[in-house]
Design a protein around this ligand. Structure first.
Ligand code: BMA
Length: 347
């Protein structure tokens, strides 16, 4: 229902509902799914389980699956069989296909390792990494191989008849912060934009016309200028996003302001907008979904909201962003689910 065209049409209903799946509005469809990322990885594991067919913490709380499935390709560049969170890529491929066939939306990020130091994406010890992977750089050839591995996976996301499955591809996220090797203090605007264009061009040159490209600066003190500082251009972006984690009145006020700025930019650039990542780490506020997330998005044409993953507690204690049975936010999440502004997979 959502993917008739590979380019995202402009949102028609600017005050429309928020998707229950991860959340929200789509062109041609008045409501879009809101999901929780667990969505990042929601079908793979939850607070107390891993790899049990059909399970999902969200489903066990509200009776439906998130509409948006988020996956991450970190470690695909190494040729590994599993991603950085232990999800086998063949399991991921099947979940993406099943989710799309069930009418859901898929978004893919890539916490690529640091190609220069061989450490992880969060290694910010060297500010020449981006320069090193650009044309003429010492790690250009290696990085082309990394891009090839991503392209091969994206190209494998197909229906039985060979049709490519549309996915929201969200490279080089949160670049307004400086915690990834592609972050603000780690490269110049020119280098960041060159990295972005090289990545998108690579995928397009491989015939991947199924990608909706999402730009997702991190929230916090962003004005128009800061948001757009490293914007690679309308030809290289389909969706304007924002990643925002937090709780409380101050967070809510600032997020509303920034979403309103992104909504305005979306209108001007004719792009859909989304909360490409969001959540409250640990979910300590049992009313977070109705009092923060719903309120933050109210009145803004947010096409979806993706909350991060519920890691198994025995692996990462309280690394949760969505409720699970027995969690204090259960009741609030059911109210969020029932709210007419949200959509889940079966809506
Ligand atoms: C982070 C955490 C990490 C994880 C990464 C990629 O925010 O959840 O544990 O490896 O995202 O999913």
């Amino acid at each position: 229902m959502y993917w008739q065209s590979q380019r995202l049409p402009v949102q028609k209903n600017t005050s429309g509902p928020f998707l229950r799946k991860q959340i929200l509005l789509w062109p041609g469809c008045s409501r879009l799914p809101a999901t929780t990322n667990f969505s990042l990885d929601f079908p793979f594991y939850g607070h107390s389980w891993e790899y049990e067919e059909g399970r999902s913490d969200v489903k066990e709380v509200c009776g439906d699956y998130p509409a948006v499935l988020g996956c991450d390709l970190g470690h695909i560049e190494l040729g590994d069989q599993k991603n950085l969170d232990g999800v086998p890529f063949d399991v991921m491929r099947k979940a993406i296909t099943d989710h799309y066939k069930a009418g859901g939306i898929v978004t893919i990020s890539w916490h690529a390792r640091n190609p220069l130091t061989s450490s992880n994406a969060w290694d910010v010890s060297d500010n020449t990494v981006v320069a090193s992977v650009l044309e003429g750089g010492s790690h250009y050839d290696l990085f082309q191989m990394w891009l090839d591995k991503v392209a091969v996976f994206l190209d494998s996301l197909r229906l039985e008849d060979g049709t490519l499955i549309p996915v929201i591809f969200r490279p080089w996220h949160e670049h307004t912060g400086s915690w990834f090797w592609w972050g603000r203090k780690l490269c110049s605007s020119q280098e960041y934009i060159a990295l972005w264009k090289m990545t998108v061009d690579y995928m397009r040159n491989r015939g991947l016309d199924n990608l909706i490209i999402a730009y997702s600066p991190n929230y916090g003190g962003l004005d128009r200028e800061a948001y757009m500082e490293r914007y690679p251009g309308d030809d290289y972006v389909d969706l304007l996003g924002l990643d925002a984690y937090g709780d409380g009145q101050e967070f809510l006020d600032m997020l509303r302001n920034e979403l309103s700025m992104v909504a305005q930019l979306g209108k001007e650039h004719k792009k859909a907008i989304a909360l490409t990542e969001c959540g409250m780490g640990g979910l300590g506020n049992p009313l977070w979904f109705t009092q923060i997330l719903l309120k933050a998005t109210e009145g803004h044409p947010v096409s979806y909201a993706l909350v991060w993953r519920n890691a198994p507690d025995y692996l990462m204690p309280m690394h949760i962003f969505a409720p699970y049975p027995g969690h204090a936010s259960e009741q609030d999440f059911v109210a969020f689910y029932q709210d007419s502004r949200t959509l889940f997979l079966n809506d």
